[in-house]
Ligand binder design. Structure first.
Ligand code: CA
Length: 229
């Protein structure tokens, strides 16, 4: 299966260079010169990943990323942002908008493709059996076990589900309501502070292994799993 990549970039020279490199790497390319064209392309043929230029005429790449994250059909589509050097300062903004990675211009197409492949792997979440490794933690899906290095961690069933969700959706912020929906299931009535209770337990479980910092509080928003402190 060819991965379909949507390239949103207003500079034709960069767009063409990227499209050429992606096709050579066996990927399918669709492109758009601005946010409006991107939205049309997305509703037409949903991509596996979006390469999004930060500075676009009209709606900026960041605004588009926020909008895509907020919509059901596109909330899970990975986004890699293309930024010029000076825009690195806004990295935090982008991460909060749910962007998966950054590539700073000028970039080599080889680096770009490596990043795309890494994000696609991560977006796939796990190996299909529910196993995943990140930040020094490893989940053995079939065995329902969690390891820090070689040591098995004793973990409760809710904390396990919470951790598994976080690890397969790393680097994104989730509100308490979203976590309830994703981890507890929307049909169950649970108060939002229940999430805080289990987050605390999860951190306590991870603390002896020095990896509790992977579960981060984003003030006023919610929580995320991140390998970046
Ligand atoms: Ca641009």
């Amino acid at each position: 299966m060819h991965k379909r990549i949507l390239v949103v970039e207003d500079e034709a020279s960069i767009r063409d260079m990227v499209a050429f490199a992606l096709r050579k790497a066996d990927m399918e390319v669709i492109h758009a010169a601005d946010a409006r064209a991107a939205l049309v392309a997305i509703s037409d043929t949903p991509p596996d990943l979006i390469l999004l230029d930060w500075m676009l005429p009209g709606m900026t790449g960041l605004e588009l990323a926020r909008r895509l994250r907020g919509e059901q059909g596109t909330a899970e589509v990975p986004i890699i942002m293309l930024t010029a050097r000076g825009e690195e300062m806004d990295r935090v903004n982008g991460l909060e908008a749910g962007v998966d990675d950054y590539v700073v211009k000028p970039f080599s197409t080889r680096e770009l493709i490596a990043r795309i492949k890494a994000v696609l792997r991560r977006a796939q979440g796990d190996d299909g059996a529910g196993s995943i490794e990140s930040g020094g933690l490893r989940i053995d899906g079939p065995a329902h076990r969690v390891y820090a290095g070689d040591t098995q961690i004793e973990i409760g069933p809710t904390e396990y589900r919470l951790l598994h969700f976080f690890m397969t959706h790393a680097e994104r912020v989730y509100s308490r309501a979203q976590l309830l929906d994703q981890v507890w299931g929307g049909s169950v009535y649970v108060e939002e502070r229940t999430v805080d209770v289990h987050i605390r337990r999860l951190r306590k479980t991870l603390e002896p292994f020095g990896v509790d910092g992977l579960i981060q509080t984003v003030r006023g928003t919610g929580y995320r799993f991140s390998v970046n402190p």
